[in-house]
Design a protein around this ligand. Structure first.
Ligand code: HEM
Ligand code: HEM
Length: 173
């Protein structure tokens, strides 16, 4: 029998899983501006900024606990995660800010002109390329969590639905 606390924890896991999947998909699409076109790329990039903020806020308890213990006693894994998360934060801030600076679609809507400076453009592309590696590591370090949450909420979900529809069909017959 599941207690209220266990159920709350489970739904927190499901919520985190869906946010994680959404930002992973958004990130992969944002890496292909030539495929989506610049308008979608820029709005998607800005929305991702908001989604990352949500992702961080959903882990504020972890962030608070780890930050306050960083220079004291802290497990090696948490220390590595912290440093990697900091690198992610810095890298995605650079991607978003440089993206807004070179914007060809969003800034003109506000009556402003984006910079044509190659330095900002190459900073944007290089930080996006770097993000692929850091995000890859970030996901790898949480791989066990991803697998068990996906097994529970994605793959476990299908047979249950299938079972329900089978039960419905048989009761209607
Ligand atoms: C495409 C981008 C990203 C993906 C796919 C991703 C995915 C994940 C996953 C799977 C987890 C573990 C499960 C969970 O508790 O949700 C996690 C945790 C976390 N992520 Fe991300 N993340 C991304 C970007 C970021 C960024 C930009 C930050 C900024 C600092 C960040 C900070 C964190 C934090 C603080 C945690 C919880 C602490 C930890 O265990 O490391 N993530 N992320
Ligand atoms: C997670 C967020 C983002 C990622 C991963 C990302 C990724 C990329 C990549 C990989 C390119 C280079 C494509 C190429 O090789 O030609 C690019 C170009 C570009 N991005 Fe982003 N971007 C993001 C956010 C943004 C935002 C928020 C804006 C503006 C509001 C923006 C504006 C642009 C522009 C204008 C270019 C064209 C640069 C050029 O002419 O060389 N991006 N982006």
């Amino acid at each position: 029998m599941t207690t209220l606390a266990t159920r709350k924890k489970l739904s927190e896991t499901a919520r985190n899983l869906f946010v994680d999947l959404a930002i992973a998909a958004g990130f992969l699409i944002a890496l292909q501006p030539h495929f989506t076109g610049m308008t979608i790329h820029e709005w998607l990039g800005i929305s991702l900024g908001g989604a990352f903020l949500l992702h961080i806020l959903l882990h504020w308890r972890w962030l608070y606990a780890t930050t306050s213990r960083f220079f004291k006693k802290l497990a090696r894994q948490s220390r590595i995660n912290f440093i990697l998360n900091l690198a992610l934060l810095i890298d995605f801030t650079i991607i978003t800010l440089s993206g807004i600076l070179i914007s060809e679609e969003v800034l003109p809507l506000l009556g402003l002109e984006g910079s044509h400076d190659m330095v900002w453009k190459s900073l944007h592309t290089t930080s996006a390329d770097l993000a692929i590696w850091i995000v890859g590591l970030h996901i790898a370090l949480h791989w066990k969590w991803v697998l068990s949450a996906a097994r529970k909420y994605l793959f476990g979900w299908l047979p249950r639905r299938k079972r329900a529809s089978v039960a419905q069909t048989s009761s209607a017959a």
